[in-house]
Design a protein around this ligand. Structure first.
Ligand SMILES: Nc1nc2c(c(=O)[nH]1)N[C@H]1C(S)=C(S)[C@@H](COP(=O)(O)OP(=O)(O)OC[C@H]3O[C@@H](n4cnc5c(=O)[nH]c(N)nc54)[C@H](O)[C@@H]3O)O[C@H]1N2
Ligand SMILES: Nc1nc2c(c(=O)[nH]1)N[C@H]1C(S)=C(S)[C@@H](COP(=O)(O)OP(=O)(O)OC[C@H]3O[C@@H](n4cnc5c(=O)[nH]c(N)nc54)[C@H](O)[C@@H]3O)O[C@H]1N2
Ligand SMILES: [Mo]
Length: 759
């Protein structure tokens, strides 16, 4: 039997702390995933559902974007994938009766955890202007309301169309097509807060904003650097790949301010050895200061340049541009500055150099630890310099590997969900459909919030996600959202964005990945693209959570028909009936999808072309891979301050909180904790177990405060602190973003700790 959702809230946030763990997975992982799944779905449904995750005839795990191996294990899921599935396949329901019982003013006071625990949304719900209760509404009326508000806009650019990264390729393609036929490129997406810095850096340097390695490459690498990523929690299936790489002889360097358990040792629950001793993963742990990575890679590059025979000169000559300027900048790198920026010892950097020089095939993997700083784009460009120097792009076992977040965030971008579309995409849409898409660029996430704040945008529509909770500067974002005329969320679960609304609001309940999608032509499947550019089909098998749910694809088609009316030149009705008709169009508009329908019939899926990986061709402005030579930057802290990173616990999926434990880090039953090294805590006079407010300091002079966090003495790098998001989003100023990519700098917030008044 599934258990009932919690009635009381707040669930007492009373953190208990034990020593951090030194390995990930193993028996405890299986136990925890089954426990959580059974609470949500009961025993039978748990067994039936979890066996279909990532199988060839099953559905794509709605968790992360890590690819599936070719030879899949019967249980090709991980603890956190199981939690993501349970969260969606739960038997708990949020019905109209729930909304009748709980006014918005009540829901507003609840935690995100409580909201999410209530279950799946079952009916379209409408919050009329001035009302405090959502009421059930028909789909027709819901689309009429959106139609009314969109038609009343002075320009289509007053509407915003956000996307989170779970949306299928088919729905995403139609969604951007709708926005563009309406006349706007306002397509902000979660990438803007996530890997935008990777995209910005990679497009300029190698000509394509995606990683250049496939899973097989990891197995062939001599050296894998994992920088700014916590795969044990966020991409657990990556640990099996690292384990296999190691057994093939690879070495691993982890670059991280925290000693993350998953990178220390992995107990693979699918092998007998894994269940006992497990495999040590990291060979060299570089406990870097937050934001020190650019300096580290810059110095490594200098040392490589100074080593006789270390540079792949033929590759540099034939395939790259900008070497001289880069060389000049790199040779100016300074040991003292690098040691200060990184907090590392000279010997550690020398060891890393020796490992880089000993490797013929090197891969660098990274995630949010590299992308969410002010200088993230130059940092990732420096990683590219590092790889280019020894010819480590475009050959087996080597390359760049930005590890993506949401399970189809990469696919959504490929389908054209981007506020700054390439001209070639707009031209292809025009050629295929016969309307001229808008040419001016649209708003990204931060600019969308500014537009709402300033009254320049009035309708906010979200295809999934939890915009209000995921975005920075919570107070500013919430106030901005409240200025909208209409906010609409296509959602599976209740969240904060449903209770911080515009004058009118709609919740449109939708099918999840796990559910059967039946349309007029029969049962449909959708497609997704993983972090390595592999495209494959995903088929839901479960009965939908309610009779009133529509698929995301159907919602877009009906919305477009209502809003655009007879003026539309797109056959929306045909697309809703049969998704293969959508794929036929994708095949003609998006490069790499030729014969799409035929090729997705192969259960293994297919790889999208990637010029640098496949043919060492770099489609950049210079026609070569570009070395770059940005000045080295790193955070400088005022006296008595710490640099705070905002990260994920083991029991959350972004703003979805599964539970209150962060098992590997030894934290239980609470999320309001701040991890600080004992040395810093002693210097600042904050005892372990005491309670502090986190106060962020920014040039606008506004004091942003997150109250009452329990201090935990934790082995993080000096000068650094860590706490969980989204509770800490209140601390991140809206204009504290990365240069070029405009990604919120969620991993470098200058804070001071103040004893909590109530302590
Ligand atoms: N279970 C689960 N899976 C997820 C998610 C989830 O919330 N839960 N989220 C998904 C999404 S959308 C994403 S984008 C990914 C996120 O995956 P991650 O990027 O692994 O997520 P974070 O928790 O933000 O962890 C950042 C890591 O980088 C380190 N770090 C922080 N700053 C720096 C720095 O300056 N330098 C270096 N070298 N390291 C640094 C942190 O200590 C931490 O280990 O995971 C995806 N998968
Ligand atoms: N401070 C700080 N802020 C951050 C980050 C950080 O590290 N630190 N990370 C950033 C990153 S990397 C990201 S990606 C963003 C995440 O931002 P979002 O993607 O906007 O947030 P999520 O929490 O993943 O969204 C969860 C909601 O998605 C809905 N949902 C789930 N599955 C489906 C589905 O199949 N269809 C539909 N339509 N809806 C669905 C549910 O209603 C659920 O409540 O947050 C960013 N914000
Ligand atoms: Mo993300």
């Amino acid at each position: 039997m599934a258990t009932k959702p919690p009635k009381a809230d707040p669930v007492q946030d009373a953190p208990q702390v034990t020593a951090p763990k030194h390995y990930a997975a193993g028996m405890p992982a299986i136990k925890h995933s089954l426990q959580m799944a059974q609470q949500q779905m009961g025993v039978r449904r748990t067994a039936l559902t979890l066996l279909r995750v990532n199988q060839k005839e099953g559905f794509d795990c709605p968790g992360c974007a890590w690819p599936e191996p070719d030879h899949r294990h019967a249980a090709e899921f991980c603890e956190n994938g199981a939690k993501a599935v349970a969260e969606e396949a739960t038997l708990r329901r949020v019905t109209p009766a729930f909304f009748a019982e709980h006014p918005v003013s009540d829901l507003f006071g609840r935690s995100g955890y409580w909201l999410g625990q209530q279950g799946r949304l079952t009916h379209p719900m409408y919050l009329p202007e001035g009302a405090d209760h959502y009421e059930p509404v028909s789909w027709e009326r819901a689309f009429d309301i959106i139609g009314e508000e969109v038609t009343a806009l002075a320009s289509p650019d007053e509407a915003l169309f956000y996307t989170s990264g779970r949306t299928s390729n088919e729905a995403a393609f139609l969604y951007q097509l709708f926005a563009r036929e309406l006349g706007t490129n306002n397509l902000p997406d979660c990438s803007n807060m996530c890997h935008e810095s990777s995209g910005s850096a990679l497009v300029e340097t190698i000509g394509i904003g995606k990683g250049s390695v496939l899973l097989e490459d990891l197995y062939k690498a001599d050296l894998i650097v994992v920088a700014g990523q916590n795969p044990g929690t966020n991409h657990p299936r990556m640990l099996s790949a690292l384990e296999k790489a190691k057994s093939n002889g690879a070495k691993i360097i982890s670059v991280n301010p925290l000693p993350e358990a998953g990178l220390e040792r992995f107990k693979n629950p699918q092998t007998p050895k894994g269940m006992t001793t497990g495999a040590a993963l990291t060979d060299l742990f570089l406990q870097i200061r937050l934001g020190g990575d650019q300096a580290l890679f810059r110095l490594l590059n200098k040392l490589i340049l100074q080593t006789e025979g270390a540079v792949d000169e033929a590759f540099v000559r034939e395939h790259t541009h900008g070497f001289e300027e880069f060389e000049k900048a790199a040779l100016a790198a300074d040991w003292d500055e690098t040691l200060a920026a990184t907090g590392l010892a000279r010997e550690e950097i020398e060891q890393a150099l020796a490992m880089a020089l000993a490797s013929e095939r090197t891969i660098v993997c990274w995630a949010m630890g590299l992308t969410q700083h002010k200088h993230s784009v130059p940092t990732i460009r420096e990683v590219v310099n590092f790889l280019l120097l020894r010819g480590n792009i475009g050959r087996p076992g080597a390359g760049v590997c930005p590890v993506r977040g949401h399970s189809n965030v990469q696919g959504d971008r490929t389908m054209g969900v981007f506020e700054r579309p390439a001209q070639s995409l707009l031209d292809a849409i025009e050629a295929e459909f016969g309307f001229t898409p808008p040419q001016e660029h649209g708003y990204d996430v931060v600019r969308a919030i500014e537009a709402l704040r300033d009254g320049d945008a009035k309708v906010f529509f979200a295809m999934g996600g939890n915009f209000v909770a995921a975005s920075p500067d919570t107070d500013v974002t919430e106030a901005a959202m409240r200025r909208a005329r209409l906010t609409v969320h296509v959602s599976t679960k209740l969240n904060r964005s449903h209770v911080v609304t515009g004058a009118r609001a709609l919740i449109l309940p939708t099918l999840g990945r796990t559910e059967r999608d039946l349309q007029a032509s029969g049962e449909q499947f959708v497609t997704v693209e993983d972090s390595m550019g592999m495209v494959h089909a995903s088929r839901g098998r479960l009965e939908p959570a309610g009779e009133n749910l529509l698929s995301e694809t159907a919602i877009v088609c009906r919305l477009a028909r209502r809003v655009l009316g007879d003026a539309s030149v797109v056959p929306w009705e045909d697309f809703e009936k049969d998704y293969s008709a959508v794929r036929d169009r994708i095949a003609r508009v998006i490069p790499g999808f030729e014969n799409f329908n035929e090729r997705v019939a192969d259960p293994a899926g297919f790889a999208l072309p990637h010029a640098p990986r496949d043919e060492r061709r770099f489609p950049t402005a210079t026609g070569k891979a570009n070395f770059t030579a940005a000045p080295v930057e790193f955070p400088h802290l005022p006296e008595g301050r710490l640099l705070l990173q905002t990260m994920r616990s083991h029991d959350q999926y972004n703003t979805t909180i599964y539970g209150l434990d962060d098992r590997y880090r030894g934290i239980r039953n609470g999320r309001r904790v701040v991890l600080v090294s004992k040395e810093d805590a002693d210097r600042l006079g904050v005892a372990d177990g005491s309670y502090v407010d986190l106060v962020s300091e920014w040039k606008d002079g506004v004091e942003r405060r997150a109250p009452r966090f329990r201090v935990v003495h934790y082995p993080t790098a000096r000068g650094c602190a860590a706490a969980y998001y989204p509770e800490t989003n209140v601390l991140i100023p809206l204009d504290a973003t990365a240069d070029v990519s405009n990604t919120p700098a969620s991993k470098s917030v200058v804070v001071r700790l103040e004893q909590s008044a109530t302590d």
